[in-house]
Structures are given as structure tokens and as C-alpha cells.
Write a protein that binds this ligand. Structure first.
Ligand code: NAD
Length: 361
């Protein structure tokens, strides 16, 4: 079966980092893997070409593909457009259109980069955790919301937080499945001592857990989880949580690893179809200068093979190649320490492709 991929380079450094990720696809295709890909427009480049950040042509291609690879969208050129024409609208629209409800963000602290973290080397070196955030429900989407007068006649803002049992069941299953592929430990994060939503969350996760006796399940309150992440992040394997808690904890975990240019992510639907993208944005300050770190986008390709194509072997090869180039001392500007030689985007891609050639099975 041929895997069909839609490639969306986007804006800013997007096309530069995506070009290096596509070289990884080229490498595997040349080895005989059945891969096919086409390019599409999303974000600012789509506004320029078609007047719409998520044009119909991209929508059709995204629906037809088995997986979508995205670099980044946005830039100062688009900051003054009306809200519905902003590049980030394109991002929200494609996530919604493809029903991508599960967001996976690994936080991996490469041994070689442990000094870039804001925490001590001995606390982070070797960190390898995965945060799973529910992406389409919870307080960010709950209705009603708005402004009204309270009983004293004062203006108040209000939001609604809901999680239905099926919504929790499906994210819990993705989390248990992911834990099964890793260290077999899952921590569910909620605020069960205060929130009714969290009671439903906790009961449902525990019930689904009975189908996964091989995965060790624990529960943490979100305030404790935030504390434990900076105290001893290596105690975690997989964390699953709702939309708002996940938003906050995943950014906290990213910072612990030390470099935004190294972090991939995945957003999955119910059938394992997904969109894969680096956590960083379009970095307009360094766009077009061969300075961007392509490794987060390359690692996103790895996640695509692992989660959408069940090819953990190819994902392992990509991760090993990235470790190898770091061990060999290659550093783009964002991960170089003072005095270290700086490698460009393209040369970093060369090094990864060369490392892949040496770790063939
Ligand atoms: P950003 O992630 O683009 O950049 C933050 C800082 O990190 C910058 O100094 C940048 O140079 C650096 N950086 C980011 N990625 C890097 C890489 N791969 N290699 C080296 N350095 C890197 O965030 P921002 O500056 O807040 O946003 C810039 C634009 O990107 C905005 O238009 C924003 O809306 C957009 N954005 C898009 C996404 C996305 O597409 N998912 C996410 C965040 C921001």
C-alpha cells in the first residue's frame, strides 16, 4: 500500500526546514518504501495565492491524504489582515476539518543538549516524555460563553467546561495505546478535587484502563503535575490531559528540553490519520538565511511513520540519525553554545541524510 502525504511548507522558515524533511522522504523512497507526496498551500502563502488561508484545493488534498506534514505558518506581513484571513485561521481550520482531536507532544532532552535547559543537566539529561492533549473539546470550545451581568449588576466574563464520556474515552485510548508502545506508564492529569468535569474524566480514564492491564495508570492533580515536571520530569512516561491543562503543561515541558527548534508534534484523528508539525512557528527573524534548525520538522516525519504508518522502525532510524548528527557536534544557531561552530539548515539536512544511509537495516 502506498502512503499518500500532503506536504505544506507554509511561511517564513517553513519552506527551508520542509525541504530538508522532504529529503528524508526521498531517502526512504529511494530505498523502496511506497511513499507518494504532493505539495499544497496553507497559511500566508495560501492567502497570497488564493485569498484564503485554507483554500479548497488544500482541503481536498488534505482529506485525500493519509497524513499531512506541515512546517509553520504566519508572519508580520499578515498580522493586519481581518481575522478570517489570518494564517493561523488556516491552521485551526485544517485541524477542525480533519477532526484531529489528539495532540501528541514528545519532550525529548537529547543528552548532547542537556546544558541548553533552564534546569540542571542531571534533572533533564535523557528526559523522554510524551504529553497527550485533548485538542477539540474542553473549556476552549464550551458553550455558552461570553459576557453578562452578574447578580450585583457587574459585568462578568464566563466560559463553559465540558467533557463527555465518549470524548474522554477516545483520548484515553490513544494515550493507553501510546503508552503501550513506550514505557507502559500513563499519568492522567485533572483537577478532580474541584471540577465535576475532572470527575468524569478520571472515572472514564480508569475504566478504559481496565482494557490495558499491561499499562500502569496513575492520576495527578494539575497543580502537582506542573510542580513535578520541573522537580523531576524523568518520572513520567506518557501524560494525558484535557485541552487547557495540556496547553500549559506541554509548553512547560518544551521549555525543559531547551530548544524549540528540536520539538516535533502530531495531531491525530480517530483512525490514526494525522498532521505532523514542529512546535515552533515561522521564525520570520531568520527566514531565508539558512539559519533555521530543520530537526523538529525531520523528527515530525519520524512521528508520522510511527503513528500514522505503523513504521516504528523508520521512526527509530530518523531519531537515531538526529542523535548521531548531534553527537558529531553539528549545531544550528539555536542550539549552539557560545564559541561553537554553527551549521546551516541545508548542511544539517545533509548530515541527517548521510546518517540515515549508515543506519539502514
Ligand atoms: P517562533 O517559534 O516562530 O519563533 C520564536 C523564536 O524561536 C524566534 O527567535 C525564532 O528565530 C526561533 N526559532 C523558531 N523556530 C526555530 C528553528 N527551527 N530554528 C531556529 N530558531 C527557531 O514564534 P513567534 O516568533 O512567536 O512567531 C512567529 C510567527 O510564527 C508568527 O506569525 C506566529 O503567528 C507564527 N506561529 C506559527 C505557528 C505554527 O505554524 N504552528 C506556531 C507558533 C507561531
Amino acid at each position: 500500500m502506498t502512503h499518500k502525504i500532503l506536504v505544506l511548507p507554509g511561511d517564513g522558515i517553513g519552506p527551508e526546514v520542509m525541504a530538508q524533511a522532504v529529503r528524508v522522504l526521498d531517502t526512504f523512497k529511494a530505498e523502496g518504501e511506497a511513499l507518494e507526496w504532493s505539495f499544497g498551500l496553507l497559511g500566508g502563502c495560501a492567502v497570497d495565492a488564493e485569498g484564503d488561508p485554507y483554500p479548497a484545493s488544500t482541503r481536498a488534498a488534505a482529506r485525500a491524504a493519509d497524513a499531512v506534514l506541515l512546517a509553520a505558518v504566519g508572519g508580520p506581513k499578515y498580522d493586519n489582515l481581518p481575522r478570517d484571513k489570518r494564517p493561523e485561521r488556516g491552521l485551526l481550520a485544517i485541524r477542525k476539518d480533519l477532526n484531529l482531536f489528539a495532540n501528541l507532544r514528545p519532550a525529548l532532552a537529547f543528552e548532547e543538549l542537556a546544558d541548553s535547559s533552564s534546569l540542571k543537566r542531571e534533572v533533564v539529561a535523557g528526559l523522554d516524555l510524551l504529553i497527550l492533549r485533548e485538542l477539540t473539546g474542553g473549556i476552549y470550545f464550551g458553550q455558552p460563553r461570553g459576557r453578562r451581568q452578574d447578580d450585583n449588576g457587574d459585568e462578568q466574563g464566563f466560559d463553559s467546561m465540558y467533557y463527555s464520556v465518549p470524548e474522554v474515552e477516545r483520548i484515553a485510548r490513544v494515550a493507553f495505546d501510546a503508552a503501550r508502545k513506550r514505557g507502559k506508564r500513563l499519568t492522567s492529569v485533572d483537577k478532580e478535587n474541584v471540577l465535576e468535569t475532572s470527575r468524569v474524566w478520571r472515572e472514564t480514564v480508569a475504566r478504559i484502563g481496565r482494557d490495558y492491564p499491561d499499562v500502569e495508570l496513575s492520576h495527578l492533580y494539575v497543580d502537582n503535575a506542573a510542580m513535578q515536571l520541573v522537580r523531576n520530569p524523568r518520572q513520567f512516561d506518557v501524560i494525558v490531559t484535557g485541552n487547557m491543562f495540556g496547553d500549559i503543561l506541554s509548553d512547560e515541558a518544551s521549555m525543559i528540553t531547551g530548544s524549540i527548534g528540536m520539538l516535533p508534534s502530531a495531531s491525530l484523528d480517530e483512525h490514526g490519520k494525522g498532521m505532523y508539525e514542529p512546535v515552533h512557528g515561522s521564525a520570520p527573524d531568520i527566514a531565508g538565511q539558512d539559519k533555521a534548525n530543520p530537526l523538529a520538522t525531520i523528527l515530525s516525519v519520524g512521528m508520522m511513520f510511527r503513528y500514522s504508518f505503523a513504521r516504528g522502525d523508520l521512526a527509530d532510524r530518523i531519531e537515531a540519525a538526529v542523535k548521531r548528527v548531534l553527537a558529531n557536534g553539528l549545531r544550528t544557531g539555536d542550539i549552539a553554545r557560545k564559541g561553537e561552530a554553527v551549521t546551516g539548515t541545508r548542511a544539517m539536512g545533509d548530515a541527517v541524510v548521510a546518517a540515515l544511509a549508515t543506519n539502514k537495516r
